[in-house]
Design a protein around this ligand. Structure first.
Ligand code: SAH
Ligand code: SF4
Length: 384
């Protein structure tokens, strides 16, 4: 390699500022001889204004802008495809390096706009009813790739410039992957979602959903105020072991005790855990299951969210009838639980819970013919 080539290689190694929390950005600025307070200005440009070009950051001096352009960048992941459902749901396939794709879903509902964000490519936990689990685990997303999904979503609606008319009002870490197995990056990205210089969402509007990685749940309570949703799906260990294999390591009693510890660490004493329960016909949807669930949860401040199973091609499970769902709901409601049933959204574009699997990648694996086709239609396009 000659010297020219070496210089060129060093020159492209810019530091991505997207995904850096305020303290990390301050440390970066200090490390390049700049004032840490500049971090607040830069964060506002990135997250409030959607700017990814230092030259547009007009309240930074010219020399600082030039220095940042040289050493740093603001690089969100690329969107390779955008799909719109007839119910207003929008889904993006987001390229995160190599052939890896994750999916992000926006679900509008009146004044509320919920963005469902992925944390990993695939998932190692292999829950029996989940399309992501069937893929296996590929890799963790970086903090830039996680917060970058929020950035891209807002950009695609051109909503940075709308001031108070927020398009994304809530974020749920309920896309692909187990957030607590990508702990540091998820904590950083959710901190940016809640930071006033980031997206400024309240802690009640940023929800992390976990299948129950108990030690990480304890760690989370020490560093974050994020709202917690726990994927229970069964009222006893025998059944949960079949549906959620991590239950063999951290059974229900340990998981619910960890939920209580999480609540105990929060300054706000009125907070509750959301218990997610995917209803699968003939598997966990009987009234007996509901009665047992009501007993198991009796000491935990919680509300319950029932998710009718969303079918996908690699699963034989079925969604229960509306009658079965209503009966299950009624038992819990009569037992005094605030219980909601999640309406499937965007299922015409495979955007409903559990259907996210990085469609292109799936196809590329299955056959060479599909690989070639995916390459022709999945050329990265920046939606800016
Ligand atoms: N790994 C995390 C977050 C991602 S899954 C977790 O398991 O909580 C988000 C939610 O969708 C979880 O409650 C999960 O159990 C549920 N889910 C997964 N597959 C589903 C399917 N096919 N139908 C309905 N809900 C599903
Ligand atoms: Fe992973 Fe959550 Fe799917 Fe289970 S339900 S396989 S933990 S993404």
């Amino acid at each position: 390699m000659d010297n020219g080539a070496i210089i060129e290689e060093v020159a492209v190694q810019r530091t991505n500022l997207l995904g850096m929390t305020r303290p990390k950005l301050e440390a970066f600025l200090s490390s390049i001889g700049e004032k840490p307070f500049r971090a607040q200005q830069i964060l506002k440009w990135i997250y409030h204004a959607g700017i990814d070009d230092f030259d547009e950051m007009t309240n930074l001096g010219k020399s600082l802008r030039a220095k940042l352009s040289d050493m740093a960048e603001i690089r969100p992941p690329n969107v390779v495809r955008q799909l719109d459902s007839k119910d207003g749901t929008r889904k993006w396939a987001v390229e995160v390096g190599g052939n890896n794709l994750v999916e992000t879903v926006f679900i509008p509902d009146g004044q509320r706009g919920t963005l469902c964000v992925s944390s990993q490519v695939g998932c190692s936990l292999d829950c029996s009813f989940c399309a992501t689990g069937k893929q296996g685990f590929m890799r963790d997303l970086t903090a830039a790739e996680i917060i970058g999904q929020v950035w891209l979503a807002i950009k695609s609606f051109d909503a940075f410039k709308q001031g108070s008319g927020r398009i994304v009002t809530n974020v749920v870490m309920m896309g692909m992957g187990e957030p607590l197995l990508n702990f540091d990056n998820v904590v950083d990205a959710t901190a940016l979602m809640m930071d006033d210089f980031g997206y400024g969402l309240s802690k009640r509007r940023v929800t992390l959903s976990t299948s129950g990685v108990v030690p990480m749940l304890d760690k989370l309570g020490d560093v974050s105020q994020v709202s917690l949703a726990v994927s229970l799906h069964a009222p006893n260990d025998a059944l949960r072991n079949q549906l959620v294999p991590i239950n063999r390591r951290y059974p229900i009693a340990e998981l619910l005790a960890a939920c209580q510890r999480y609540l105990d660490k929060q300054a706000d004493t009125h907070r509750v855990i959301t218990i997610e329960y995917t209803l699968i016909a003939g598997v966990n949807d009987s009234q007996d299951n509901a009665r047992e669930l009501a007993v198991v949860l009796k000491n935990l401040p919680c509300k319950i969210n029932l998710i009718p199973f969303n079918p996908f091609s690699l699963s034989d499970y079925k969604r229960p009838s509306n009658n079965a769902i209503n009966r299950f709901w009624q038992v819990l409601t009569e037992a005094g639980y605030v219980t909601t049933v999640r309406t499937p959204r965007g299922d015409d574009i495979d955007a409903a819970c559990g259907q996210l699997a990085g469609e292109f990648q799936d196809r590329t694996r299955r056959s060479e013919r599909h690989r070639r086709r995916a390459e022709t239609i999945a050329q990265p396009v920046r939606l800016v």
